[in-house]
Design a protein. Sequence first.
Length: 108
Amino acid sequence: MEHVNNHMYITVPINKEGYDEYDHGIEFSDNLIVYHMPYDEYKKLVRGRVFRVLETRYIDLYIVDGESAVITAERLIKVYDAINAIPGVFLEAVDKAIELGTCVFIDF
């Protein structure tokens, strides 16, 4: 039986206070946009090698179930074509982070 992680969150801070709140363990506030990513979307992103593209481009980045990661808007823009290939919650969060010039915090 396959393990399914139902706690896959992507958080986008909307301002500096959002960064600070995330760093202090605050999960929900007006300064954070929190997205819940379904496990089936995670599997599509893995199969579509989206996370692998990010990890290959940025060797200090490792995205895996059970881990946390942060990706800045600048980094996301550079690999946007690969991310844009699979629509869903992850792309929505990436678009918001790029729009705001912030980042995505990935908590799987």
